[in-house]
Design a protein around this ligand. Structure first.
Ligand code: ADP
Ligand code: MG
Length: 333
């Protein structure tokens, strides 16, 4: 499968009165055509900043300070605002956590949908209304709801409207930033199933962002784990559950109840993520890592890869075609 999106060495900072916040640090990953790629990590690790960087929604004090973002081989960083406008909705659309961040509260849903359609598609109003009704049918909403204001719909229905809007121009990539986090579990399940059905039908790629690892393991083909602004591990979903390599990923897996089987006491990860203005020297995770060694405090680990995935941790080294774990101690330095 070919890559649809290629992000390389992406760096994003926020200016703050205490100094620069290194929110995204040298993050690289790719998403294949038709793939559902997940980004997971604790709150504040840089997931939304990455998503906003890709979809050009960052506003000051945020600044992209380096890297490359290619979509179908085209460098997006070089595009002017005008050129990027042609990509937005058409090739990339984004769904945010709260539908109210995606929808204008004072404009009827039909008008918002028509705006998006008419701005990009050669359609007259009648055709656009027909298309809007079709989009509503995709997300199981009666077309008479098109005449509503966002606040007249339930949270779940609003998020379905947002999905319909995201699909309006059949983009190649839909970025979903915690699309169901604000909803209760039953509504969440309905929406996730809808997303998966639509993805199968239309074949778009998804960058799915959540702090909810079990949810990620249910729906994503590959998962990238972020910690303190860095991508520390990437793995296929089926490998991750039992084959995670990074101590942070292992800790995350132990922070959630198992999907199936006996419930055991959750271990979690002691401590808190570092301040991103003054991140620790060496590996960002070393202050919380149960395996931290002397070199972890000194040198930043390189990201290494084999066919199973990628990991940035001093516990691993390249041996031929694979990564091998050096004898891990359970002691801290
Ligand atoms: P996530 O989506 O993983 O929860 P974010 O991308 O929202 O994380 O945030 C990444 C980091 O950037 C956090 O440490 C956050 O405090 C910081 N950050 C986000 N917005 C701003 C801002 N406007 N000014 C300064 N720092 C910010
Ligand atoms: Mg976020």
């Amino acid at each position: 499968m070919t890559n649809l999106l290629e992000v390389k060495n992406l760096n994003i900072e926020y200016e703050s009165n205490r100094g620069k916040v290194h929110a995204v640090n040298n993050v690289s990953f790719s998403i294949k055509k038709g793939e559902i790629f997940g980004l997971v990590g604790e709150s504040g690790c840089g997931k939304s900043t990455t998503a906003f960087g890709i979809s050009r929604l960052l506003r000051p004090p945020a600044q992209i300070t380096g890297g490359s973002i290619k979509l179908n081989g085209t460098e997006l960083m070089n595009l002017s605002e005008q050129e990027f406008d042609k990509i937005r909705w058409n090739k990339i659309s984004i769904i945010l956590q709260s539908a109210m961040n995606n929808l204008n509260p004072v404009i009827k849903i039909q008008d918002q949908l028509l705006d998006a359609i008419l701005a990009h598609k050669k359609m007259n109003v009648k055709e656009a209304i027909k298309h809007a009704k079709y989009l509503f049918s995709l997300v199981d909403i009666q077309s008479d709801r098109l005449n509503s204001y966002p606040h007249e719909l339930s949270g779940g229905m609003r998020q379905r409207v947002v999905i319909a809007m995201a699909l309006a121009l059949k983009p190649d990539l839909i970025i979903m930033d915690e699309p169901t986090t604000a909803l209760d579990v039953v509504v969440q399940n309905g929406i996730i199933n809808k997303i998966l059905t639509l993805q199968k039908e239309f074949g778009f790629s998804i960058l799915f962002i959540t702090h909810d690892l079990p949810l990620m393991l249910e729906i994503c083909d590959r998962v990238g784990v972020m910690y303190a602004g860095e991508l520390v591990e990437v793995m296929k979903r089926e490998e991750l559950l039992h084959g995670a390599r990074h101590p942070y990923t292992k800790g995350l897996l132990q922070s959630f109840p198992p999907l199936k089987g006996k419930k055991t006491r959750l271990k979690g990860i002691p401590g808190n993520p570092p301040d991103l203005i003054t991140p620790p020297k060496g590996c960002n995770f070393h202050p919380r890592c149960p395996h931290a060694m002397t070199q972890c405090m000194e040198y930043e680990p390189q990201i290494l890869g084999d066919e199973k995935g990628l990991v940035a941790c001093h516990l691993y080294r390249v041996e031929g075609d694979t990564l091998e774990q050096i004898s891990a101690t359970s002691e801290r330095y």
